[in-house]
Design a protein around this ligand. Structure first.
Ligand SMILES: Nc1ncnc2c1ncn2[C@@H]1O[C@H](COP(=O)(O)OP(=O)(O)OP(=O)(O)O)[C@@H](O)[C@H]1O
Ligand SMILES: [Mg+2]
Length: 228
């Protein structure tokens, strides 16, 4: 379970204060699929980044499995990110000169030690899982946009994360390719993965158990039906 309690975040540009999140609280149960929506600039990425430890709130706490992760030392945060949290973005950030398999294994590559065979097997399973078994030796440049994003999903899955955070994972894709990514994510959620996804695409919120709207720095929870 992930609990955000009264988180606030203000950005300063010159003398202007921009209060983006004002005392936001939410409790997310294991296995839920949450969609976060709201207009551009409303604070969706800021919210997701705080939940996923990429950004610290000014005030408030984020508690994961009983531990306040906003006050953890950097080494503990790193191991949390390596073990339990996976994050995918609008742009997939693949290395163009590495194959699909090598990209998926990238977080495990270490100049000093070979990647353990068990991790390679797990990577291959994840590549199959995202439907790219036949493409595992290709370079990303030879894949479609949707296939490239699927590599990013595969890379996120290798560690068997507790939570998948996704910031507009379909934002750079056409509708049909985006639909494929969402259906892959929905299948992963049906298998028990907790997903917190920011999206602009209102048709995707029907996948969600809960829809959270960020507006004027606060969150409103709405039912998926009322967004249409
Ligand atoms: N590091 C930063 N420094 C200053 N201002 C920032 C910073 N990060 C975000 N902001 C501002 O905070 C506001 C919210 O940004 P955020 O990226 O969370 O919005 P968003 O809802 O994800 O928007 P979009 O839908 O366009 O991605 C914006 O006005 C943005 O300019
Ligand atoms: Mg954003």
């Amino acid at each position: 379970m992930l609990v955000a309690d009264k988180i606030s975040k203000t950005f300063h540009s010159g003398s202007v204060e921009n209060r983006i999140l004002k005392n936001i609280s939410i409790k997310i149960d294991t296995g839920q699929f949450i969609c976060v929506v709201g207009r551009s600039g409303s604070g969706k990425s800021t919210f997701l980044n705080i939940l996923s430890t990429l950004l610290k709130p000014d005030k408030g706490s984020v508690v994961f499995e009983g531990q306040d992760i906003t006050t953890l030392p950097e080494n503990k945060i790193n191991s949390l990110r390596q073990r339990d949290f996976a994050i995918i973005f609008q742009f997939h950030h693949l290395m163009p000169y590495l194959t699909v398999t090598e990209n998926v294994l990238l977080p495990y590559m270490n100049k000093l030690m070979p990647v353990p065979k068990s991790v390679i097997r797990r990577a291959e399973e994840c590549i199959d899982r995202v439907g790219l078994g036949a493409r595992r030796n290709m370079l990303p440049g030879r894949l479609s946009g949707g296939e490239q994003q699927r590599v990013a999903v595969g890379r996120a899955l290798v560690k068997s994360p507790e939570i998948l955070f996704a910031d507009e994972p379909t934002g750079n894709l056409d509708k049909k390719t985006g639909d494929e990514i969402i259906s892959l994510m929905k299948n992963l959620n049906n298998e028990g993965l907790t997903i917190i996804m920011v999206t602009h695409e209102l048709s995707y919120i029907s996948c969600a158990d809960r829809v959270v709207v960020i507006e004027d720095g606060i969150i409103k929870e709405v039912s998926a039906d009322s967004c249409y």
